[in-house]
Write a protein that binds this ligand. Sequence first.
Ligand code: MN
Length: 241
Amino acid sequence: MKKPIIGITSAYEKERELKNYHRTTVCIDYAKSIAEAGGIPLVIPTLEGREDIKSQLELLDGLLLSGGLDINPQYYKEDFLEGMGLVSPERDRNEWTILEEFLPTGKPILGVCRGMQILNIFYGGSLYQDMRHISKDLLKHRQDFLPELEVHRVKLEEDSILGRLFGGEVLTNSFHHQAIDKLGDDLKVTGRTSDDIIEAIEGKREEFLLGVQWHPEMMSARGNKEMLKIFKEFVKSAKLK
Ligand code: MN
């Protein structure tokens, strides 16, 4: 049986040294995890032109929105605040078009970190541009080392994709300085840390629309079989569509 093809969005990276030299880049952990889970990973380069993007998407059975730079806050109608990171206008535009075209297909989508955040914004939600704007003591959500290291627990809703995979909670890494503020329409929160930061969202209607704030691919690509379950479930639902 044909393996499902999973598109992975990429960065439009502007190389510092050479100036004016641009690359398509994405951490290989995503591709490794999709492949190990039984799918065929395919990196999608940033492209202009809706018709060409539609042709790219027609090849796919599922879409993985990868991590990366901060999303321009103008997408949720806010000015830039202190603590905002770098943005990539090319990538923002590209992923927005991808979502406009791919979401109506009903095919499975997995968003990781930035990928979860752009899903939330697309559905009308917003972000804390930097977690310094949350006025209370927080856990350390930006770990400094060991990509696979578990640094916090995420409490899960029972009736959710993640709840069915992991039970009541799961241990995860954490590499983010932004977090969901207002939740988008038609989404539900299915995972939170003990400081109440939203770490997982799912679609209310879609069969597989999942966003996670942590980086499961860094863990699964380094041998964490528990975390591979997310990719297996994603690839399995892509096969069914
Ligand atoms: Mn976190």
